[in-house]
Design a protein around this ligand. Structure first.
Ligand code: GLU
Length: 511
């Protein structure tokens, strides 16, 4: 039901793996589009050939597939406003650069990088900063200072040039941002940005504005790092005489301590992924971890990301993607940056893990077991998973909490032995073995009833017996209800574990 005029886009540059900040930008665009019955477009901004990284575009597409964020138009979908990859639109941009030259809003600049560098150095020596601006452009080598015939000759001779936007002199640019409100800036602090490069490609600024216009983008929702480009973009719209889209600049994702933007290095340092999927750098071979490979469920990842910068205005924290569409509004996006919180991320995963049916989890857990070459045999994995799932955040952690269902403990944890293997434990456990040997119905309820009756009759301490018993079955002081465990492993294995443990641990000398 894409019937409204709301059209938004996510416009990543394929310069490497997509940072989670980018995923959040895309998510907010998606939510805004769906909430308003609009369209969501994926446009690949690959005009910077130097920064192009093979595999990055495929990574971006795969990341959104994993998250469940769907595009209505774009590189993988096609659509009426394509092509959606800027390198495939290359020829179009030149026309628009020419239009700006004709209208006096842009000019050719022939200064070589060396010449500009010399001027930069000269000014630095005078403790000044060089910017190609309204003041400097009047004595540099460009079509504003050269005569029309000189320009013609240079162009004719194939002299390399760039096209720069001619920033209006001393004007106040007024910008409206949906999140920040009104922002004003005087053009005297802005430079004449390159809009078309000597390699025949537009820069980000020109291509981005032209495409937003041609693709009828109604709202530009993007990261705060693009706010400094807004005056130029607004000026470009004005120079073309085009209606502007609405703009919304999203707050930054911050490091866990709130000091600065979340970077890949923070993730490496503090042990969490900053990318949705694992990424192997095609040049260095360096592998960066991803949420998917770390065992996060996409629904947990999305839920966590949504709340980094937006809130529903009430106490609710758990949202499906559809629920987010329902609840989302730009007004509730905060102005200040959001700190990334790794514990919260895990907590969301725990929530979605517990919510999954035991059957579904059992299927996922079976893959973990297969990797470990563990054959669960006739054991009811759904039941086992149900017993331990409250204790874990990730499917892979189920093994730690349930290995004793599948394997006889290889070692007895020394700390537990020290605390829980008492002087009487040897005799008690031998006696317990005899008691259990006689039990026919090995259901959890029945063994519990029999064992407890025996303990009461003998007036043994419940805690002491149960602790020693758990040590022999599990190998340490952990795990769910012990009678549930022995029901799963069965009579034979239970007796064998008691027997083996008693032999290995032996009689503890009284001290
Ligand atoms: N290509 C830019 C990026 O990589 C897009 C910024 C925008 O949305 O305008 O983030």
């Amino acid at each position: 039901m894409e019937n409204s005029s709301v059209r938004v886009r996510f416009a990543p540059s394929p310069t490497g793996p997509l940072h989670i900040g980018g995923v959040r930008t895309a998510l907010y665009n998606y939510l805004f589009a769906k909430k308003n019955g609009g369209s969501f477009i994926l446009r690949i901004e690959d005009t910077d050939q130097n920064r192009f990284v093979p595999g990055a575009e495929a990574y971006i597409v795969e990341a959104f597939n994993w998250c469940g964020i769907e595009f209505d138009e774009g590189v993988t979908k096609g659509g009426e406003y394509g092509p959606y990859r800027q390198s495939d639109r290359k020829d179009m941009y030149r026309e628009y650069a020419d239009l700006l030259i004709q209208s006096g809003n842009a000019y050719y600049a022939f200064d070589t990088p060396e010449e500009l560098n010399d001027i930069r150095k000269q000014l630095e020596a005078e403790k000044k900063i060089f910017t190609y601006d309204a003041v400097q452009r009047t004595h540099l080598k460009n079509s504003l200072t050269l005569s029309p015939s000189e320009v013609k000759n240079l162009l004719h001779a194939g002299t390399p040039y760039v096209i720069r936007f001619k920033m209006p002199t001393d004007q106040v640019i007024v910008m409206e941002d949906e999140i920040r409100g009104r922002v004003e800036v005087n053009t005297s602090v802005l430079d004449d940005k390159i809009i078309f490069k000597s390699d025949g490609m537009p820069t980000y600024h020109l291509a981005n504005v032209v495409d937003d216009h041609l693709m009828k983008i109604s709202h530009v929702i993007r990261g705060e790092e693009w706010l400094p480009s807004l005056p130029l973009h607004v000026s470009l719209y004005d120079a073309f005489g085009w209606d502007k889209p609405k703009f919304a600049h999203l707050p930054l994702l911050l490091k866990p301590d709130g000091k600065g933007k979340l970077s890949k290095r923070d993730g490496d340092r503090l042990g969490f992924p900053v990318f949705p999927l694992q990424w192997t750098d095609p040049e260095s071979g360096e592998v960066s971890r991803g949420y998917r490979e770390d065992g996060y469920f996409p629904e947990a990842f999305i839920n966590m990301m949504a709340l980094l910068g937006w809130n529903p205005g009430d106490e609710r924290e758990f949202f499906s993607l559809a629920g987010l569409v329902e609840a989302f509004s730009i007004e509730k996006v905060g102005k200040s940056g959001s700190r990334f919180d790794q514990e919260k991320a895990k907590w969301f995963n725990h929530h979605y893990l517990v919510e999954k049916s035991n059957d579904e989890l059992a299927g996922l857990f079976l893959d973990v077991l297969k990797e470990k070459n563990i054959d669960p045999g006739q054991k009811n994995l759904s039941y086992i998973v149900g017993l331990v799932k409250e204790r874990v955040n990730f499917v892979a952690e189920l093994w730690e909490q349930s290995s004793f269902f599948f394997e006889v403990p290889a070692v007895y944890d020394p700390q537990t032995v020290k605390k829980r293997w008492k002087t009487d434990s040897f005799e008690h456990m031998k006696e317990l073995e005899v008691v259990l040997k006689q039990v026919q119905d090995f259901s959890s309820e029945n063994t519990e009833k029999v064992v407890k009756a025996w303990i009461e009759e003998k007036e043994y301490g419940m805690g002491a017996i149960m602790n020693a018993f758990r040590l022999l079955i599990v190998g340490e002081a952990k795990g769910p209800h012990l009678f549930d465990i022995i029901e799963v492993i069965g009579k034979e294995d239970t007796l064998a574990r008691i027997n083996r443990g008693v032999e290995i641990l032996g009689k503890k000398e009284a001290n």
